[in-house]
Design a protein around this ligand. Structure first.
Ligand SMILES: *Cc1c(COP(=O)(O)O)cnc(C)c1O
Length: 404
């Protein structure tokens, strides 16, 4: 067996061993601390990708690392045939800090959403005369399992994975009339993101989410918020729904929940009791290690009042991005809330901007060919924001020059 040395030929290993279904940036990250990471050559980067809005409490957060280490030396996994202390503690802290009554632990965002879909379908079966359809929004993202892929609001006609699970209706986001038009006696739930993340950071009107809530109440159907990306402080409140003053009936969490460790959660109000033993479950969901990490990370967010920090740095980042836009004709819009922002370009220059920023030591995400997404750790400093903006400015100028 060949060994993997410090001087990894990553490209060769990828070619020889990987299923090529993910496009990666050309570096091997070996270490992280706070909002910074280092590659195998020792090059330092400011990390405004944060594991896709996962590293909310920063890389190698000491509280989280300590909890993980303690737990690894105590107990990793028992199956859900038994209770564990970390899972009990995590359930308590999450439920005590949101509007939900009950929680179920999964391993990822897609899995949490699968649970939400099953819950809504059984609710429809029991309480809505067999209604099973779920309305979702175009440009949404709900995951890559077969069902959450079908729920994801994109054209599926040419889909190579056909046949997909049926029962999803996609409508325009931020348009209440579109929802009203497709609601029928088959409708069991509406599932939306309070802010669309993968769709390009799309912020709805506050009146939209309120109107969706009212519509669900009027029709007796469930409102599911997919907070996989918006939850755990990302929008400047512990949960995104709090920013809009609209309580969903069901909420899913994942990305930022575990401080970097994979974990997902399905939360619901008391009607969650429609799910009974045998309906749903998971071998690894809510394992002691992931729950210990998530408990430490959640506590860190709460005890350090990180949402306040997010609101301050959000204002600061917004003003800096405004200046950036003034200085660059290539930028036509800045969208964002909390520490989830997108820079909208006039043309498809995301990949070029990402490349030049890589060289300058700033990691970014190309959320669209013509938009990049900024989602730093929530405890990023104002100095680090300054540094990122300077690098972005240089990166964009390089591209504009090259294109002239
Ligand atoms: C990332 C994401 C998912 C999928 O989460 P995975 O952990 O990748 O399965 C689902 N919904 C939203 C809103 C997301 O951002």
């Amino acid at each position: 067996m060949s060994s993997i040395s410090n001087e990894v030929n990553w490209k060769k290993i990828e070619e020889d061993y990987y299923m090529f279904c993910v496009r990666r940036q050309p570096m091997v990250i070996v270490r992280g601390k706070g909002s910074r990471v280092w590659d195998q050559n020792g090059k330092e980067y400011l990390d405004f990708v944060a594991g896709w809005a996962v590293n909310n409490v920063g890389h190698s957060n000491e509280d989280v690392a300590k909890e993980i280490s303690n737990q690894a030396n105590t107990l990793l996994q028992t199956s859900n045939q038994f209770y564990t202390v970390p899972q009990l503690k995590l359930a308590q802290v999450l439920i005590d800090n949101c509007c939900m009554d009950k929680i179920f632990f999964a391993n990822s965002g897609a899995e949490a959403n699968e649970g939400a879909i099953k819950l809504a379908r059984k609710y429809g079966k029991k309480n809505l005369g067999g209604a099973f359809e779920i309305i979702t929004a175009l440009n949404s993202f709900h995951g890559r399992t077969l069902t959450t892929w079908a729920a994801t609001g994109k054209p599926h006609d040419e889909d190579p994975f056909q046949p997909l699970p049926s029962g999803f209706v996609h409508v325009e986001y931020n348009n209440i009339e579109a929802i009203k038009k497709v609601t029928s006696s088959n409708t069991a739930a509406i599932m939306i993101e309070p802010v669309q993340g993968e769709g390009g950071v799309n912020i709805p009107d506050e009146s939209y989410l309120k109107a969706v809530r009212e519509w669900c109440d009027q029709k007796g159907i469930l409102l599911i918020f997919d907070e996989v990306q918006t939850g755990m402080g990302r929008l400047g409140a512990l949960f995104g729904y709090q920013r809009f003053g609209v309580e969903p009936d069901v909420m899913t969490l994942a990305k930022g929940l575990g401080g970097g460790v994979p974990i997902g959660a399905l939360l619901a109000k008391n009607f969650a009791s429609v799910l009974e033993p045998g309906d749903h479950g998971s071998t690894f969901g809510g394992n002691a290690l992931a729950c210990a990490a998530a408990f430490a990370s959640t506590n860190y967010l709460i005890e350090n009042n990180v949402v306040e920090l997010v609101n301050e740095s959000s204002q600061y980042l917004l003003s800096k991005l405004g200046e950036l836009q003034e200085n660059n004709d290539d930028i036509i819009e800045i969208r964002g809330m909390g520490l989830l922002f997108a820079i909208q370009f006039a043309s498809d220059i995301s990949a070029d901007v990402i490349n030049s920023c890589n060289d300058l030591g700033l990691l970014l995400n190309a959320v669209r060919p013509d938009a990049i997404r900024l989602m730093p750790p929530l405890n990023v400093s104002l100095d680090e924001i300054d540094e990122a903006i300077e690098k972005l400015q240089s990166g964009i100028v390089q591209i504009s020059k090259a294109n002239d």
